[in-house]
Design a protein around this ligand. Structure first.
Ligand code: PLP
Length: 394
C-alpha cells in the first residue's frame, strides 16, 4: 500500500516483466466468456498463431503454452533430449543459471560456459567448447539476460551451432521486441517468448518457435513429458486448438496486441525500446551513475549500479513510496547492488522522462550529488536527435 501523500500518486509498473498493459488488450480480455472448443475460438486461435508467426518473422511452427516463460524453457528441455545428453549452457546471469538448474533437474549432462554477471559469453568460447565436445546435443542461451541488462550475440552463436548436430535453444523472453532476431537466418532452433514482457499483456502465456531440426530431434528424445508435450500441442494447433484448456482471456488480449504490433511494425517496437535504452544510458552518464553491463548493453532493461555505499533497495523503495512507481531491484547476488529501468513493450519517451525525473529527485533527497534535470535533458536530447533522424529517413 502507498503511504499517505499530499499529492496524487498514480501506480506505475515500470519493471522488465510484468510490463505495463496495452489498454486495448485490457479491454479485449474482458470478453473472456468463450469456450475453447468452439468454432469461434478456433478461428481466433488460428489467427493468433498466424499473427504471432508474422510478428516473429518466422516460417517455423509457433506454439502457445499456458504457462509463464519458464514453462516454455522446461518444454524445450523435456521434449528435445534424452537422459544424460550432453548440453552446453551459456550463462551470464540469473536466467542463465535457470537453464543450468532446469537441464540438471531433467538429468542432462550440463557443461556450463559462464561469463561474469554484466558480461556475455563470447561466440569464440562457444565455438571452442563445441569443438572439444562434438557429442553436444543442445546449446542454451539468453538473447537478453534481464537480470543484468546484457545481451548475447545470438547471431554469431547461431552460425556456429548450426554447423553442428546440436540444437540452439534461445530464451528470447526479453529479446523479442527489443532486438532484431532472424530466427531462420541465424539458425535459432527454438526461440522462446513470454506474454508479460514486450507483448504488453499479463503473465500466463509462453511462446515457442520450433525449427525442423528440433522437430526431428524430438522424434527420438526420451525424457518424460506430459503437460508440455510439444508434438501433441502442434497436432492440436493445426486444428485451431490447444492441448489443454488455454488461458482464454490472455489469448483474447494477445489477439488484439498482435494486431497493434502488426500495424506499428515489429521493427518500430524494437526501435522504440532501443531509443529508450540509449536515452537512459546517456541520462546515467549525465547523472554520474554507472551502468552495470556497459560492454553488451541490451534494450530490454538498463541495470544501473547504486551509488557507492548505498543499497539499491533504498532507491527502489523511494520510487514506490514517494511516487507509486514499481521499479526492479537486482536479483540474486545483485540484490541491493543495482536497480533496473525497463524499456520493453508499452513504454514511451514520456514515461522515461518521468522515470528519470523521479530518479533525480530521489538521488537529491538521498544526498547524492546530482545536477537535477541533467538526466532528463540528456534523454530529451537522444529523443530529439532520433526523431529528427527518423523524420529525415522517411
Ligand atoms: C521473465 C524471464 C523469464 C521467464 O520468467 P517467468 O517468471 O517464468 O515468466 C525467463 N528468462 C528471461 C530472460 C526473463 O526475462
Amino acid at each position: 500500500m502507498l503511504k499517505f501523500s499530499m499529492y496524487l500518486r498514480k501506480q506505475r509498473l515500470l519493471t522488465p516483466g510484468p510490463t505495463p498493459l496495452h489498454p486495448r488488450a485490457l479491454q479485449a480480455m474482458m470478453g473472456a466468456d468463450v469456450h475453447h472448443r468452439t468454432d469461434e475460438f478456433r478461428t481466433l486461435y488460428l489467427a493468433v498463431l498466424a499473427d504471432l508467426k508474422e510478428v516473429l518473422g518466422t516460417t517455423h511452427d509457433v506454439l502457445i503454452l499456458t504457462a509463464s516463460g519458464t514453462g516454455a524453457m522446461e518444454a524445450s528441455v523435456a521434449n528435445c533430449f534424452s537422459p544424460n545428453d550432453r548440453v552446453i549452457v551459456c550463462s551470464a546471469g540469473k536466467f542463465g543459471e535457470r537453464w543450468v538448474e532446469l537441464a540438471r533437474a531433467f538429468g542432462l549432462d550440463v557443461l556450463v560456459l559462464s561469463a561474469p554477471y554484466g558480461d556475455a559469453v563470447t561466440p569464440a568460447a562457444l565455438a571452442a567448447a563445441l569443438a572439444a565436445n562434438p557429442e553436444v546435443k543442445g546449446v542454451f542461451v539468453q538473447a537478453s539476460e534481464s537480470s543484468t541488462g546484457s545481451i548475447h550475440n545470438v547471431r554469431a552463436m547461431g552460425e556456429i551451432v548450426r554447423r553442428t548436430g546440436a540444437l540452439f535453444i534461445v530464451d528470447a523472453i526479453t529479446g523479442i521486441g527489443t532486438m532484431p532476431l532472424d530466427i531462420h537466418g541465424w539458425g535459432l532452433d527454438i526461440v522462446i517468448g513470454g506474454s508479460q514482457k514486450a507483448f504488453m499483456i499479463p503473465p500466463g502465456l509462453a511462446f515457442l518457435a520450433v525449427s525442423n531440426k528440433a522437430w526431428t530431434q524430438m522424434e527420438t528424445a526420451r525424457l518424460p513429458r506430459y503437460y508440455f508435450d510439444l508434438r501433441r500441442e502442434r497436432k492440436n494447433a493445426a486444428k485451431g486448438e490447444s492441448a489443454w484448456t488455454p488461458a482464454t482471456s490472455l489469448i483474447l488480449g494477445l489477439a488484439d496486441v498482435l494486431r497493434s504490433i502488426k500495424t506499428m511494425g515489429m521493427e518500430k517496437l524494437i526501435a522504440n525500446a532501443q531509443m529508450l535504452a540509449e536515452a537512459t544510458r546517456h541520462a546515467c552518464a549525465a547523472l554520474g551513475l554507472e551502468l552495470f553491463a556497459p560492454s553488451h548493453p541490451g534494450a530490454a532493461v538498463t541495470a544501473i549500479k547504486a551509488p557507492r555505499g548505498m543499497d539499491s533497495a533504498v532507491i527502489v523503495n523511494e520510487f514506490r513510496e514517494r511516487f507509486g512507481s514499481v521499479i526492479a531491484n537486482g536479483q540474486g547476488e545483485m540484490k541491493g547492488k543495482i536497480f533496473r529501468i525497463a524499456h520493453l513493450g508499452y513504454f514511451d519517451a514520456v514515461d522515461l522522462f518521468g522515470v528519470l525525473a523521479q530518479l533525480e529527485i530521489i538521488l537529491e533527497i538521498l544526498g547524492v550529488p546530482v545536477q537535477r534535470g541533467a538526466g532528463v535533458a540528456a534523454a530529451e536530447q537522444v529523443f530529439i536527435r532520433q526523431t529528427a533522424e527518423a523524420a529525415l529517413a522517411v
